[in-house]
Design a protein around this ligand. Structure first.
Ligand SMILES: C[S@@+](CC[C@H](N)C(=O)[O-])C[C@H]1O[C@@H](n2cnc3c(N)ncnc32)[C@H](O)[C@@H]1O
Length: 194
């Protein structure tokens, strides 16, 4: 796909998110991933890492059925969403003690501020992934699932190696709503071994 068609794709989801009331076009990334991988299930406790402005929380809220607790973390403020417990904190300063229960599903769309220097961006992504990995080891229930953003290259390899070790099923996904020109992709781990 060339730059122009990738931009058109991004524009399409920007317009759609305004029309459908989502806070960002990122909503469609989670919707598309969930349609193909069936991550959000009834009665799950769900953690959303890097949640602002909140479109993934909106999708989780409208998709999850039954009794579930939704927790979201971001360093930036997030407008409240009914039923979502929001923690405004730097992920690099978080500990498992910030949570009082475990999770069945952890979603992460977190990304560092991009400098454009790939070595630095990759190192910063790995630093964030290491905190996610720490939280997964402490807080994800046996059999639980983890969806996380990474970049092609070192951060992808780092996350894949953790997931291959700790999850029974691992897959890579690049949703249509993610610009083809973007370096991001997502990895999904299912059936956490714990
Ligand atoms: C792509 S946005 C997430 C969009 C979100 N999934 C949505 O649907 O609205 C990435 C988020 O990661 C957050 N972030 C980046 N570094 C962070 C850090 N160290 N601690 C907490 N949040 C961070 C940013 O503030 C930003 O809101």
């Amino acid at each position: 796909m060339n730059k122009k068609s990738s931009y058109v794709g991004g524009e399409k989801f920007n317009k759609l998110s305004k029309k459908e009331g989502y806070r960002s076009r990122a909503a469609y990334k989670l919707k598309q991933i969930n349609e193909s991988h069936n991550l959000i299930k009834p009665n799950q406790n769900i953690l959303d890492i890097g949640s602002a402005p909140g479109s993934w929380c909106q999708v989780v809220k409208e998709t999850v059925k039954g009794k579930s607790k939704i927790t979201a973390i971001d360093i930036l403020p997030m407008q409240p969403i009914d039923g979502v417990f929001f923690v405004k904190k730097d992920l690099l300063e978080i500990s498992d003690k910030d949570f009082n229960h475990s999770f069945d599903l952890v979603l992460s769309d977190i990304a560092p501020n991009i400098s454009g220097i790939s070595v630095i961006d990759s190192e910063n992504m790995i630093e964030l992934l290491n905190i996610e990995i720490y939280l997964i080891n402490k807080l994800l229930v046996k059999g639980g699932s983890f969806l996380a953003k990474c970049f092609h290259g070192n951060s992808f390899e780092h996350l894949k190696s953790f997931m291959k070790d700790k999850f029974e099923e691992v897959s890579r996904v690049k949703p249509q709503a993610s610009r083809a020109s973007s370096n991001e992709c997502y990895l999904i781990g299912k059936k956490f071994k714990n």
